[in-house]
Ligand binder design. Structure first.
Ligand SMILES: NC(=O)C1=CN([C@@H]2O[C@H](COP(=O)(O)OP(=O)(O)OC[C@H]3O[C@@H](n4cnc5c(N)ncnc54)[C@H](O)[C@@H]3O)[C@@H](O)[C@H]2O)C=CC1
Ligand SMILES: O=C(O)[C@H]1O[C@H](OP(=O)(O)OP(=O)(O)OC[C@H]2O[C@@H](n3ccc(=O)[nH]c3=O)[C@H](O)[C@@H]2O)[C@H](O)[C@@H](O)[C@@H]1O
Length: 441
C-alpha cells in the first residue's frame, strides 16, 4: 500500500521505516529540514537501536522516501499523523498546534476514501474534532494510538503487544460502513503483525484515545507506587529492590515497571499524565484523576531527594563539590533528554553550587544543547576525575557494569549514589565506597 507518515521524530521515523520494511511504499514528511536530510541519506536523526539498519534495508528497496513538502503525501492510501503533542509551557494541557497544523496542511491533498490515522497521543475529543474538520474531504479518520518504547521502538512497531483502531461508530457504538472500510484498510497495513496473532481492539474514537493515556497513566502509577514504597523503605531500613522482587512474583502485580529510583521522565509519561489531568478537568471529572497529581508529586520528589542524598554524603553541603553524573538520557538505549530525571538532578546540583560533569554514551549532544551551563565529558572515567561524589542516573549497561576499582583510581572520594538501584551495594562497599541509593540500605 502507499502510506505517508507525517512527523518523523522518535515515533514517525521508526514507523515510516518499519512500514517500508513490511512491504509498503512510504513517504515520510517533516517540517524539519535537517531531519529529512539525514533520513534521505539513510541516517537516523536520533539514537534508536535497529533504526539505522532498518533505514538502510528499507531505503535500498526504494520503498522509503522522505520530504519536507506535504504535497508529496498526496496519493497515499493511509496518512499517519505522528507529530508532537508536548505540554503547553507553564500549563498541564497538551499543545495541539502541531496536530492541527499537520491535518490542515494535509487536507488539500486528501481524496475521498483515504484513511487518516492519528498516532500522536492526544486529549480525548481531539479525534472527533479532526474528523469534523476533514468531513468535506470524504477521507476517513481512524485513531490508532502507538505504544512503542524508545530503545525498543523497532521491535515494538514490527511486533506490537496489541493494535487499537478507533473508527467512526454509529449510535450503538458499532463501526459505520466507513469505519468497517477503514478497519479493512488498516488490517492490510498491519497484515504482518496481525498474522502473528497480535490482539486487535476495534473501538470508538473516545475509547481509542483513552486507551493510550490510560496505559501511560497506569505505567506512571506503577513506577510511582514503587517509589512511594522506596520512601517507606528508606524510613525503615528496608530494601525496595527486594520488596519489588517479592511483590512482583505475584502474577497479578508483575515485576516489570517496579524499578524504584529517580523515577520516570521522557517525552511521554510526564506530559501525558498531566495532559490527562487537564482534560479530565475540562470534562468536569478532575476528581477521577486526582491520584495522578500524587503520582506526579511522588515522581518529582525523587529528584529532590537525590540532591539531598548528595548533600548528605558530602557532609551537609554540595557547594564547590565535584559531582560526576553518569547518564543524561531519560532512560538507557536512547539519546532523548526530554524531561530527563538525570539532567534535572544534574542541573539542580549545579544551581546549588556543585561543579557537575555529565556523561552519556549517546545523549551528550542533546543534553549540551538543552543545558549548556553543565560540563560534559566523553566517558565515565573522564567525568569522574577528581569527583567528590558519583551519581549513576541512567542505567546504561556500561554504567551498570562499571568497575568500582577502576573508578576509584580517578575520583577524589569514593562515594557512589545509585540513582537506579542497579549496582550491587556489597560489591561497592567491599571496594571501600560509600554506597547510597533511594530506598535501599
Ligand atoms: N516517542 C515515543 O516513544 C512515542 C511518542 N508517542 C506520541 O507520538 C507523538 C510524537 O512523539 P515523538 O515522535 O516523540 O515527537 P518528536 O518531537 O520526536 O517528533 C515530532 C515530529 O513532528 C514534526 N512536525 C511538527 N509539525 C509538523 C508538521 N506540521 N508537519 C510535519 N511534521 C511536523 C517535528 O518536526 C518532529 O520531527 C507525540 O504525541 C507522542 O506523545 C506515542 C508513542 C511513543
Ligand atoms: O507514549 C509513549 O511515548 C511511550 O511512553 C513509554 O515509553 P518510554 O517513554 O519510551 O519509556 P519507558 O520505558 O516507559 O520509561 C519511561 C521512564 O520511566 C522510568 N522507569 C521505567 C520503568 C521502571 O520500572 N522504573 C522507572 O523509573 C524510565 O527510567 C524512564 O525515565 C511507554 O512505556 C510506552 O508504552 C509509550 O508508548
Amino acid at each position: 500500500m502507499r502510506l505517508s507518515v507525517i512527523g518523523c521524530g522518535y515515533l514517525g521515523a521508526v514507523h515510516a521505516a518499519s512500514m517500508a520494511q513490511l512491504g509498503h511504499d512510504v513517504i515520510g514528511i517533516d517540517v524539519d529540514e535537517k531531519k529529512i536530510a539525514a533520513l534521505r541519506e539513510g541516517r537516523a536523526p536520533f539514537y534508536e537501536p535497529g533504526l539505522p539498519e532498518l533505514l538502510t534495508e528499507a531505503g535500498a528497496t526504494g520503498r522509503l522516501a522522505f520530504s519536507t513538502d506535504m504535497a508529496d503525501a498526496a496519493g497515499a492510501d493511509v496518512h499517519f499523523i505522528c507529530v508532537g503533542t508536548p505540554q503547553v509551557h507553564g500549563e498541564f494541557r497538551a499543545d495541539l498546534t502541531y496536530v492541527n497544523a499537520a491535518t490542515a496542511e494535509l487536507k488539500p491533498h486528501l481524496r475521498p476514501g483515504d484513511v487518516v490515522a492519528g498516532k500522536s497521543t492526544v486529549p480525548v475529543g481531539t479525534a472527533e474534532a479532526i474528523a469534523a474538520s476533514l468531513e468535506d474531504t470524504g477521507a476517513i479518520l481512524v485513531w490508532n494510538p502507538e505504544f512503542l518504547r524508545e530503545g525498543f521502538a523497532v521491535k515494538d512497531t514490527l511486533h506490537p503487544d496489541r493494535l487499537v483502531y478507533g473508527v467512526p461508530t454509529d449510535a450503538d457504538g458499532e463501526p459505520t460502513a466507513e469505519g468497517t472500510r477503514a478497519k479493512e484498510i488498516l488490517d492490510e497495513v498491519y497484515a504482518t503483525p496481525l498474522s502473528e496473532h497480535t490482539p486487535l481492539v476495534v473501538t470508538d474514537y473516545a475509547t481509542a484515545q483513552l486507551v493510550k493515556v490510560a496505559a501511560n497513566s497506569f505505567l506512571a502509577t506503577k513506577i510511582s507506587f514503587i517509589n512511594a514504597m522506596a520512601e517507606l523503605c528508606e524510613a525503615t531500613g528496608a530494601d525496595v529492590t527486594r520488596l519489588a522482587d517479592a511483590i512482583g512474583y505475584d502474577a497479578r502485580i508483575g515485576r516489570r515497571f517496579l524499578n524504584a529510583g529517580l523515577g520516570f521522565g521522557g517525552g511521554c509519561l510526564p506530559k501525558d499524565i498531566r495532559a490527562f489531568m487537564a482534560r479530565a478537568g475540562e470534562l468536569g471529572v478532575s476528581d477521577a484523576l486526582s491520584f495522578l497529581r500524587e503520582v506526579d508529586s511522588i515522581n518529582m520528589r525523587r529528584r529532590v531527594r537525590m540532591v539531598d542524598l548528595a548533600r548528605e554524603v558530602c557532609q551537609g553541603s554540595i557547594v564547590g563539590k565535584r559531582v560526576a553524573v553518569l547518564g543524561a538520557a531519560f532512560k538507557p538505549d536512547s539519546d532523548d533528554v526530554r524531561d530527563s530525571p538525570a539532567l534535572s538532578v544534574a542541573a539542580q546540583m549545579q544551581l546549588q553550587g556543585a561543579h557537575v560533569t555529565v556523561t552519556d554514551p549517546q545523549a551528550v549532544a542533546n543534553a549540551e544543547a538543552k543545558w549548556p551551563d553543565l560540563h560534559f565529558a566523553a566517558t565515565a572515567l573522564e567525568a569522574a576525575k577528581d569527583a567528590d561524589v558519583v551519581l549513576l542516573s541512567t542505567e546504561w549497561a556500561e554504567y551498570r557494569e562499571i568497575d568500582p576499582d577502576a573508578l576509584a583510581e580517578v575520583v577524589a572520594h569514593k562515594r557512589i549514589l545509585d540513582g537506579r538501584n542497579v549496582l550491587e551495594p556489597a560489591v561497592w562497599r567491599a571496594a571501600g565506597w560509600t554506597y547510597r541509593a533511594l530506598g535501599r540500605p
